[in-house]
Design a binder for this molecule. Structure first.
Ligand code: SF4
Length: 318
């Protein structure tokens, strides 16, 4: 297995001018993007790579954990760094995550040898933050792999610096013959500005099927009304709320973790008021990368201190 360079460190602080404006207007936005000394605290249950992505990396930047799909980490850079990032072990460490054309050629070899992989997720870092040259080379390479049927683009650029959704990048994405899904990350309704709506529309105009993922974050979105508004607005703009995660046990994010029973209560309430299409599945991403396990809502009497992953292994809920 390939291992990325072992130069882990703190996630650097960087914000786009666009996000800086929002940070000044709203504390829920500021908490997501401004460094807090509590990031220096690590709890026993936390790890730098809780999903063990580095253990499943057969070639540089390609994570193959589930049989029929793979994750492609195209860069370690983002327009703005989120303080709760699950990949803070590598994100913002430019050399650690640098991908060159030669690496993409290696991805092609691997994907052609593993034709059971039908779905790849371009992620990072943020794949819309790379140069048009690297994005074009990547997209044109993936476009020629017949066994790939779905390309997913996991990006927060439309939310953190929407002007970077340029016509040049849209023209590149349009060249894909495969189905294109665009996975966006939204945490709070104040993120849905006119500029963000415009960027999302552009991605939809080239055929991108948009969905959103969110994370429960203390003092950001651990509130029924906030999430009701967020998921309703996303649904109405054609972005399907897909998952809401319990915050991963990443080193230095314990100040973001919400009380588990509070999360269940909020999701139980949302399930009874939102349209089914507007209500995401509430999951725990299992340590060791063994599946996204749905959390039972309060409609059932359920024991929720332990759960089993996709392989039947029991875990203590964090
Ligand atoms: S945009 Fe994504 S990869 Fe980048 S810092 Fe935020 S969560 Fe991490």
């Amino acid at each position: 297995m390939f291992k990325m360079d072992d130069d882990e460190g703190l996630l650097l602080e960087r914000r786009s001018r666009y996000i800086n404006n929002l940070v000044q207007q709203d504390p829920a936005i500021a908490k997501q993007f401004v460094f807090d000394e509590q990031e220096l605290i690590t709890e026993d249950v936390e790890a730098s790579d809780p999903l063990m992505e580095d253990e499943y990396m057969p070639v540089r930047g390609l994570v193959h954990k589930y049989d029929n799909r793979a994750l492609l980490l195209l860069t370690a850079q983002c327009a703005t760094y989120c303080r709760f990032c699950t990949r803070k072990r590598m994100v913002s460490h430019v050399e650690r995550g640098r991908i060159r054309k030669g690496d993409i050629d290696e991805w092609k070899l691997y994907l052609n040898e593993h034709t059971q992989i039908r779905d790849v997720i371009l992620s990072g870092g943020d794949p819309l933050f790379v140069s048009t040259e690297l994005l074009g080379y990547t997209i044109d390479t993936l476009a020629k792999i017949d066994s790939l049927k779905v390309i997913r683009l996991g990006t927060r650029v439309p939310v953190t610096d929407p002007v970077l959704v340029t016509q040049a990048k849209l023209d590149i994405l349009k060249r894909l013959p495969q189905t294109l899904y665009v996975g966006l990350n939204f945490e709070h309704p104040k993120e849905i500005t006119p500029e963000v709506r415009e960027a999302v529309k552009k991605l939809q105009s080239i055929g991108g099927i948009c969905y959103s993922q969110s994370v429960f974050l203390k003092d950001v979105n651990d509130d029924y009304d906030v999430l009701y508004q967020l998921f309703t607005e996303l649904f109405e703009m054609g972005v399907r709320p897909y998952y809401i995660y319990r915050c991963d046990p990443v080193e230095g994010v314990s100040h973001f973790r919400v009380d588990f029973e509070k999360e269940r209560e909020i999701m139980t309430h949302l399930r009874s008021t939102l349209s089914g299409l507007a209500c995401p599945t509430y999951v725990i991403d299992t340590p060791y990368g063994s599946g996204k396990i749905p959390v039972p809502l309060r409609y059932w009497e359920a024991y929720v201190d332990n759960y089993r992953d996709f392989h039947g292994v029991e875990h203590v809920r964090i």
